[in-house]
Ligand binder design. Structure first.
Ligand code: SAH
Length: 308
């Protein structure tokens, strides 16, 4: 790898697949050949078939776009602490105000029990009333650890996924500028606002971009900037970013996003089609990236272009 090469046009990043012994094992990318969609995961049990090689952004398969099973972890939690009874109480706006703090505390306790250890991230989850990001009819379910529909075939991500992605991207660092691809209803952007000095969040569906703008208005988060556009291209005018989190799954993580990370920065994104996994990529040099595979997940698809 030649680190002296200029960065533009964006180089094809070198990444590594998961080691056969451990999905989370890491080693320097310089010792490995470039990774393609077909060989990026060497574990037989979770490997994708070569047929998935191709460009991201193909139309959603019906099962992928189903809101209730998207933007969630596939594997069940090792330790499941039951939700408090209040979380299933009938939707009554007056109840949410009174109970939501308690329900959020219970949610945070469950996230902690399920392996989320970054207290800054847990604090940020505790601070954001998730019920205000979903329709009134779903508000009573907002503190279940589940994805919920937000319209347009999209979902608000499962809280565990939100916390997991942000904690992995943060890696204990103070975050300056971060980018979220896939604003949806704006929930993850609001949580990110609790751990980063500046948050850019880009959404390709105009109606959702506007929904998020409305939902976030009352939180008065001047350091959150919502962008309407195709997040597969990143936000070059605001780059580079200390961290990038992607809330929709492409067959391949766009090179443009990897090129918009600072050296030392991390991107966390789902990758794959019918079978997906969460992937963390750290930029280790001007021309080097190190990839770590995390757990199996199911996200709505990353699609190119915008929808007015
Ligand atoms: N971040 C949300 C999850 C939103 S679901 C939360 O807080 O829970 C994922 C979102 O990604 C959808 O709204 C979808 O429209 C959006 N998306 C998919 N492809 C995109 C792209 N290329 N650019 C920007 N947004 C995209």
């Amino acid at each position: 790898m030649d680190r002296r090469k200029p960065l533009t046009p964006a180089p094809a990043p070198r990444q590594e697949g998961a080691e056969a012994r451990s999905a989370a094992a890491r080693r320097p990318s310089s010792s490995l050949p470039p990774v393609t969609a077909a060989n990026s995961n060497t574990r037989v049990t979770t490997g994708r078939p070569p047929a998935v090689r191709g460009t991201p952004g193909r139309p959603a398969r019906p099962d992928e776009a189903r809101p209730t099973n998207s933007n969630t972890r596939v594997a069940p939690a090792r330790l499941v602490v039951p939700a408090p009874v209040q979380a299933r109480a009938p939707a009554r706006e007056t109840n949410h105000g009174l109970n939501s703090e308690r329900m959020r505390a219970a949610l945070v306790a469950r996230l902690r029990a399920q392996g989320i250890a970054d207290e800054r991230v847990l604090e940020a989850v505790l601070a954001i009333p998730r019920h205000r990001f979903v329709d009134e009819a779903l508000a009573s379910r907002a503190y279940e650890d589940a994805a919920l529909p937000i319209g347009h075939g999209q979902t608000i991500s499962q809280p565990w996924i939100v916390a997991r992605m942000i904690a992995a991207a943060r890696n204990g660092r103070e975050l300056g500028k971060v980018l979220e691809v896939g604003t949806g209803c704006g929930y993850q952007a609001a949580v990110l606002a609790g751990v980063a000095r500046e948050v850019y969040s880009i959404e390709r569906i105009k109606a959702l971009h506007e929904l998020a703008r409305n939902r976030l208005r009352s939180f008065r988060l001047p350091h959150v900037r919502l962008v309407f556009g195709d997040g597969m291209l990143g936000v070059p005018s605001a780059a580079p970013f200390d961290a990038i989190v992607v809330a929709a799954a492409g067959l391949k993580i766009p090179d443009a996003l990897l090129a918009q990370l600072v050296v030392g920065g991390r991107l966390v994104a789902p990758e794959g089609g019918a079978r997906q996994k969460l992937v963390m990529i750290e930029r280790t040099g001007a021309q080097s990236w190190v990839r770590t595979d995390l757990e199996a997940v199911r996200f709505v698809p990353l699609q190119s272009g915008v929808l007015l």
